[in-house]
Structure formats: structure tokens, C-alpha cells
Design a protein around this ligand. Structure first.
Ligand SMILES: Cc1ncc(COP(=O)(O)O)c(C=O)c1O
Length: 449
């Protein structure tokens, strides 16, 4: 799935997408350049939807707008029937501008000040998924002021502190304990949910219609007992179960501090690296089937709720590549460094292990261990760390696959204006979907005093 399926090579040994020569594209638009494949976006969305719709009667695929908030990307997904999951005032604005109607928008997120809640209620969003008692009280006041009975969901957080011994595992220490198990702050804890049910009975301007959690792995086991309780003991008419996101497209791998450190040790003692060994990812059809079987199994005689999911990376991630120019190659500290013209300013996820191709010399067969790094003055400005990549030289064009998620929406103007993005359709039509920023764009809101 993804842009890779539609790539080819032409007679000049250049990479093409739907017959568009990507080297010529860079001559026209410059680098760095994001290239989106409309067919991949549509295919990934359709595949996700069909995976669930083929096994369940009521499915709503709520595209997670923050993953890639480009207007054209959002519009393409809206036209195919996606709902939008938004998690800020900006996200909401973008979704509305991309043509989503309020009834096709659900609002998530741990931070919703009064003004944002007002905007959401006024826009007629389908649901606001609440994450705290404070938010419920606040939203009730807003809904009363605006004269509506607002449909809401409750986000459940199934976090349980790990046992003492599990918390000493290096992975837990490095990735969770070091940051206070930061994920525990999202939503209401299992212990708080019943209290929230009670509270909602007295909040007259809210109507509980949804139970949600994120990510999807444990969603059904977490949500189903609460669904039963909400319906049978509290008399709520719960219309939707929302299983969140977390759907891995499986097209690129990822690593972490611990694995990177272990890799260093392994290489020093002459062992082979395992950084590029990918954990196999279950295909989405099997994931959907397992989720739905579990829902049906636990549903019994309860009314069938609509099933919502909030995929982001699955749809947007594999749908784009990033073209970068190799500025120069250098050797330092015993490593080879490929210096390119874009780094974590435009592609912040340096743990990802993405496939690299040389767009102007696709058939190059020699591979070597390199670090591909951007232009920032920041030691961790990695596009690819310890990657076994095709050999490149100064001036080459590097194509980095799987760059559609958390790139356009997460890029910054740190040291460089943000790059452009184009969309190519299956007929080879190229459309600019984000213009290259100029220095003056970066300064547009500054005032000289
Ligand atoms: C609440 C929520 N929903 C959906 C998503 C999208 O997740 P993914 O892109 O992994 O499917 C996220 C991402 O962090 C999220 O926080």
C-alpha cells in the first residue's frame, strides 16, 4: 500500500510517480519537496473502511486531521466519505474549510478552552469527546448558554501503573517511567468513569452518546463492560463506540533510544545490526475482523452501537514521499554523514526507519551504512539514523518514502521556511497543494518596532 506501489523508473533511470519524472519535478519546484499520491490516499482510506464495513453494519472512519492537516488531503478524504477527528481549534477550522460539515466532525483532545468548546458547539459537531470532569462542567455551561443539548463522549484511559519489577525494565524506564507515564493524563481513568456517568445524569445540557479510548489495541475490552454498564445501569443510549487510532500501516519500521544504544554496542563487538528488522504488522482486514468479533462476542443482547475509528498514519503515512537534495557527504567520528537540505524541521520523527531511494539514479545497487542528516544545528537532526542506504554523492536526490504523516502538520520554521507539497493523481496531473514559503512569509506576523 502507498506511494511505493505506484513508483516506477524511466529510461533516464529517474524515479517516476504515475509517469511524472520526480527529478524534473524537483527542477520545477525545488527541494525539499513533498510529493503526495492521490491514488494512495484514496486506496488506504477505502481499504481501511472496507476492512471494517465488510464485517460490521455501522462504521464511521474519522480521519485524524492532525496527522496531515493539508486542505487538499482533507478534502480528498471527505469526498470519499471520511469523518474528521479534530483536536484543536485549528484542526476544526481546517476541517470546516476542507468542507466537512459539523455532523461529520468529532472533537477529541485533552485541552479545550471555553472559546474552542463554543466554536465546536456552534459548528454543530457530532460529538465532543471529554477527558476530564472540568471539561464536562465547562461544556455543560457552554451548551446551556448556546441553548443546545450537546452530544458528548467520554474518553477512557485504561492506564494501570506497572508492577515494580516491570517498571525497572529498561524499555519501561526509558520510554515511560522517565516521562511520568505521560499517557496516563489522557481521558478519565477506569475508576473515574462511573463517577462521570453519575455526573452526566445531572449535567442537563449534555447527552452521553459515545465511549472512546485510544489506541485501539485494548479498546474493545476496555469499552464493552462500560458500555454495558452505561446502558443497563444508567439508562444511557450510547450510539457509538470509538476505538481511537494506532493503526500501523506497516510500511516503515521504527526504533527507540534503547535499540539505538544496543545497536552501537552490537556493531562495536562485530555483531550484525537488527535495527532494520521489522516487526510484522497484522493486516488491517485481520485487525478489523478481530475487533468486530470481540465486539459481537461481548455485545449479547445489547443494542448494536456504531463503530468509530480514528486512523491517521494508516491513511496519510504511506501516501507521500519527500525529495531531498544531497548537499555533501562527509566522514566524521567513524560514521558517514549524508547532509541533505531538510531535517527534523520538516520530518520530526527521527526514530522512523523509512525506505530510501536515489531518485536520479534508481538502479544504484551499492549500499552502505550512513546517517542522513538535515541542516539544523541540532545533533539529533536525523532523517535516517544508522541506515543501510543506497550510495549517494553530492547533488543526488534522495527520495524518502512514508512521509505523509506528521510532516506537513508538524513541520516548523526553525532556520528554514517550510517546503512545498504537490499532489499527483493517477493520470499524472501535478497540483501544488502547499506553496513554498519565502523568508517574508516567515516574517509576516513579526513587527519591527
Ligand atoms: C486520540 C487520537 N486519535 C487518533 C490518533 C491517530 O493515531 P494513528 O495515526 O496512530 O492511527 C491519535 C494519534 O496520536 C490520537 O491521539
Amino acid at each position: 500500500m502507498g506511494v511505493k506501489e505506484h513508483l516506477d523508473v524511466n529510461g533516464a533511470n529517474h524515479l517516476t510517480l504515475h509517469r511524472v519524472d520526480l527529478v524534473s519535478l524537483c527542477e520545477k519546484f525545488g527541494t525539499p519537496l513533498f510529493v503526495f499520491d492521490e491514488a494512495s490516499l484514496a486506496e488506504n482510506f477505502e481499504r481501511f473502511r472496507k476492512a471494517f464495513e465488510s464485517v460490521y453494519p455501522k462504521v464511521m472512519v474519522c480521519y485524524s486531521v492532525k496527522t496531515n492537516n493539508n486542505l487538499a488531503v482533507c478534502k480528498i478524504l471527505r469526498e470519499r466519505g471520511a469523518y474528521a477527528e479534530v483536536s484543536s481549534g485549528l484542526d476544526l477550522h481546517i476541517a470546516l474549510k476542507a468542507g466537512f460539515s459539523g455532523e461529520h466532525i468529532i472533537f477529541d483532545g485533552p485541552f479545550k478552552p471555553v472559546e474552542i468548546l463554543e466554536e465546536a458547539v456552534k459548528s454543530g459537531v457530532l460529538l465532543i469527546n471529554c477527558e476530564s470532569f472540568a471539561e464536562l462542567e465547562r461544556l455543560n455551561i457552554v451548551a446551556e448558554r448556546l441553548g443546545v443539548k450537546q452530544p458528548v463522549g467520554l474518553r477512557v484511559n485504561p492506564f494501570k501503573p506497572p508492577s515494580f519489577f516491570r517498571s525497572l525494565h529498561p524499555k519501561t524506564l526509558l520510554e515511560e517511567a522517565a516521562f511520568c507515564f505521560a499517557g496516563c493524563r489522557f481521558g478519565l481513568s477506569l475508576g473515574e468513569i462511573r463517577e462521570a456517568f453519575k455526573r452526566l445524569k445531572s449535567l442537563k445540557h449534555l447527552r452521553l452518546e459515545c465511549l472512546m479510548t485510544h489506541p485501539y489495541y485494548r479498546a474493545v475490552d476496555v469499552l464493552m463492560p462500560l458500555f454495558r454498564e452505561a446502558v443497563e445501569n444508567f439508562g444511557f443510549e450510547i450510539k457509538y463506540l470509538n476505538i481511537g487510532g494506532g493503526f500501523d500501516p506497516g510500511t516503515s519500521g521504527s526504533t527507540g533510544d534503547l535499540l539505538l544504544a544496543l545497536d552501537y554496542v552490537k556493531r562495536r563487538i562485530g555483531l550484525k545490526s537488527s535495527l532494520d528488522r521489522r516487526k510484522p504488522v497484522k493486516n488491517i482486514e485481520d485487525v478489523a475482523k478481530a475487533i468486530v468479533e470481540n465486539v459481537k462476542h461481548q455485545l449479547g443482547s445489547l443494542p448494536t452501537p456504531g463503530l468509530m475509528a480514528e486512523p491517521g498514519r494508516f491513511i496519510a503515512g504511506p501516501s507521500a514521499l519527500l525529495l531531498l537534495r544531497v548537499d555533501h557527504v562527509k566522514v566524521a567520528g567513524g560514521f558517514k554523514w549524508i547532509m541533505v537540505d531538510g531535517g527534523t524541521n520538516i520530518l520530526p520523527s527521527f526514530y522512523e526507519r523509512r525506505e530510501l531511494l536515489v531518485a536520479n539514479n534508481v538502479s544504484v545497487s551499492e549500499r552502505e551504512l550512513v546517517n542522513v542528516v538535515g541542516p539544523l544545528l541540532y545533533p539529533k537532526d536525523f532523517i535516517a539514523i544508522k541506515a543501510f542506504a543506497p550510495r549517494v554523492k553530492e547533488g543526488d536526490l534522495l527520495a524518502v518514502l512514508d512521509c505523509g504523516a506528521y510532516s506537513l502538520s508538524s513541520s516548523t520554521q526553525f532556520l528554514y521556511p517550510r517546503p512545498p507539497a504537490v499532489l499527483i493523481n493517477s493520470q499524472g496531473r501535478v497540483q501544488l497543494i502547499r506553496e513554498r514559503e519565502t523568508y517574508e512569509d516567515v516574517l509576516a506576523k513579526d513587527r519591527l518596532i
